[in-house]
Design a protein around this ligand. Structure first.
Ligand SMILES: Nc1ncnc2c1ncn2[C@@H]1O[C@H](COP(=O)(O)OP(=O)(O)OP(=O)(O)O)[C@@H](O)[C@H]1O
Ligand SMILES: [Mg+2]
Length: 242
């Protein structure tokens, strides 16, 4: 059983004249660690946004967590974690790190409900796991880029998603933080939650079988399993072809 099943999908941005993603099929099973590579503007972010129901699928069929993406976008977004590529918090954003991580629980709480003990526990656990305890009371806009990135990762871990998607989550993080967080994602995959990671930097990839997807010009040009140390050369080869 696949958690993500895309069959020959096309997606287009509102007002865009051409489909960004063309004739794309992808199947992701529980526990897979998927690395998505490819050059700038290949369509990697667009692929993640399509899986999250944020971009209209014009042709083809798509299910995520057994739900039809074209009908159940809201429910899919409740179940899928998504650390976005570029975010910016105004320095005066009034929310603390703890509050931002708690927002990861909102989809489970329902409207107007107060956080329960298990919500607080999930938030505490995520904050400890990512190692940002000392930031918990600080407002997010006053943190460094890397600290904000860790907070957004903790927010998505607290969500306890059925799929975890990350779009260049390490761009602001030092080597130790990258390696440590990669270990966390490997454990999540080991517990059955598939990881979809868009990245341009492959040092510190976990030693595990990788499901490698390479994109170019809106299509998938490579889709196979490989070892962690093969990821970079395969992407380099794939991108040299065009
Ligand atoms: N909001 C948008 N409206 C219209 N076109 C868009 C929009 N966002 C992206 N595109 C186009 O979609 C294509 C794919 O962009 P995308 O952001 O998915 O690339 P990417 O592979 O994530 O690149 P990068 O490595 O630079 O992040 C690009 O040609 C881009 O111009
Ligand atoms: Mg991108």
């Amino acid at each position: 059983m696949s958690i993500i099943e895309l069959n020959e999908i096309y997606t287009a941005y509102e007002g865009g004249d051409k489909p960004v993603i063309r004739d794309l099929s992808l199947s992701v099973k529980p526990g897979e660690y998927v690395v998505i590579g490819g050059p700038n503007s290949a369509g990697k972010t667009t692929l993640l946004e399509s899986i999250n129901g944020l971009i209209r699928i014009t042709h083809g069929s798509a299910t995520v967590c057994g739900l039809d993406l074209r009908r159940s976008g809201n429910e899919v977004r409740r179940r899928v974690g998504y650390v976005i590529q570029n975010f910016y918090f105004d320095p005066f954003t009034p929310f603390t790190v703890e509050e931002v991580v708690m927002m990861g629980r909102y989809g489970r709480m329902g409207l107007l409900k107060r956080p329960s003990r298990s919500d607080f526990e999930a938030v505490d656990k995520a904050i400890r796991l990512v190692g940002i305890e000392e930031l918990a009371e600080k407002t997010i806009g006053t943190l460094s880029g890397g600290q904000q990135q860790k907070t957004m990762i903790a927010h998505n871990i607290a969500k306890e998603p059925e799929v975890m998607m990350l779009d260049e989550p390490f761009s602001n993080l030092d080597f130790n933080a990258r390696e440590y967080l990669q270990g966390i994602f490997k454990n999540m995959a080991g517990n059955g939650t598939p990881i979809l990671m868009v990245s341009h930097a492959f040092d510190g990839l976990p030693e595990t079988r990788i499901h490698l997807v390479v994109m170019n010009r809106g299509r998938i040009t490579y889709d196979n399993v490989c070892d962690a140390d093969e990821v970079e050369p395969i992407i380099r080869d794939e991108c040299a072809v065009v």
